[in-house]
Ligand binder design. Structure first.
Ligand SMILES: [Zn+2]
Length: 351
């Protein structure tokens, strides 16, 4: 039952919007977030002190490589800071962003609408639930149907009584190994996708095999893979063959941690975080393999240290800097426009 006011439109926090108005669109960001659920207690006394300090120049070097072990770094609740950071993105030519903050990590519909009104940036808000540790109390005893109803309501009528509607379902969190509650959350999200026609965005567990396992599951549940985004592919899949196998399923492949340059992910120290150079190399391979139409780009800014005012690259890193690096590595403007304008527009438009 797709409500007819969103057919042919993108559903932003300010209401149904003409897809041609989106412009440059980064598809996985967090203007406001509370990622306290991923906090890792440091192993020694000295670092435990650093964990409790506010983010500043004196600890920024440590935080850049231990970003999940500083409590202050994991919370961005300042709406005026979000407005200033989003305004820099607008200044760099940015038009729209997907705020993938889901339930459990501080989704705030009214604040997102405020940022959008203040900056002119179109903001598409997420729905559904993040990974298990972020699930609200009582989640284990909830039925998939009740979670589906909650998502459908967020898309069709809005979050609570705000009237502010979600235009995408996600990020739906999955861990590795994948838990039963997280599977239930995906089942519910797929049913809500069928009911509303909204795009679906998945956060996969930290293993190369996780994305394909989840995509097969969504397919069996009757989900629309052509309207499904696999997030964090740049920090999950390192082998071109596995990347090809995932791309061949027809999902969108999201390279969404541009700007995150730190060798080892704290939650999966036996894997690595590629540099922006390596991300672009992978993209060149995907384009060579014929998947340009399925690529999406973002920063996944989910901590303070990645914001401009805390010494980070901000939301403007891709339009301001990454696109010029792409050109240096052989990706042309027409291809960049596909990844930053055409593909997001197709994804976010309700049929
Ligand atoms: Zn995210």
């Amino acid at each position: 039952m797709i409500t007819h006011d969103i057919r042919g439109k993108v559903l932003t926090v300010l209401g149904p919007t003409d897809p041609n108005d989106l412009g440059i669109t980064i598809t996985h960001e967090h203007l406001l977030i509370d990622l306290g659920v991923v906090f890792i207690d440091p192993p020694n006394e000295n670092e435990r002190r650093l964990a409790e300090e506010p983010v500043g120049l004196g600890n920024l070097g440590w935080i850049r490589v231990n970003w999940s072990s500083n409590r202050d770094n994991l919370v961005q609740a300042d709406v005026s800071l979000a407005i200033r950071e989003a305004a820099r993105y607008a200044d760099a030519g940015g038009g729209s962003l997907v705020d993938a903050t889901s339930i459990g990590i501080g989704r705030n519909a009214e604040a997102l609408a405020e940022v959008s009104r203040a900056t002119g940036i179109h903001v598409v808000m997420g729905a559904g639930h993040y990974v298990g540790p972020a699930h609200p109390a009582g989640f284990s005893s909830r039925t998939a149907d009740s979670i589906t109803d909650e998502i459908v309501q967020d898309v069709q009528t809005g979050v609570g009584d705000t009237g502010i509607r979600s235009g995408i379902i996600g990020e739906i969190g999955c861990s590795w190994p994948w838990t039963e509650n997280e599977k239930k959350s995906v089942v519910a999200a797929v049913a809500a996708q069928s009911a509303t026609g909204a795009p679906l965005l998945i956060h996969p567990g930290r293993d190369q095999k996780a994305p394909i396992e989840i995509v097969s599951f969504i397919d069996r549940e009757g989900g629309d893979l052509s309207r499904t985004v696999m997030s964090h592919v740049d920090i999950r899949i390192y082998e071109r063959e596995i990347l090809r196998e995932l791309a061949a399923t027809g999902v969108y492949i999201e390279y969404d941690t541009f700007g995150l340059e730190s060798p080892f992910p704290p939650h999966a120290p036996d894997t690595y975080i590629p540099s922006d150079y390596q991300r672009i190399e992978q993209l060149v391979g995907l384009i060579e393999d014929g998947y340009l139409e399925r690529v999406l780009l973002a920063h996944d800014n989910c901590t303070k240290h990645r914001l401009r005012e805390f010494g980070g690259h901000g939301f403007d890193h891709i339009p301001l800097t990454v696109t010029s690096w792409m050109k240096r590595m052989g990706i042309g403007q027409v291809q960049i426009d596909k990844m930053l304008i055409e593909n997001p527009k197709r994804l976010l438009t309700f049929a």
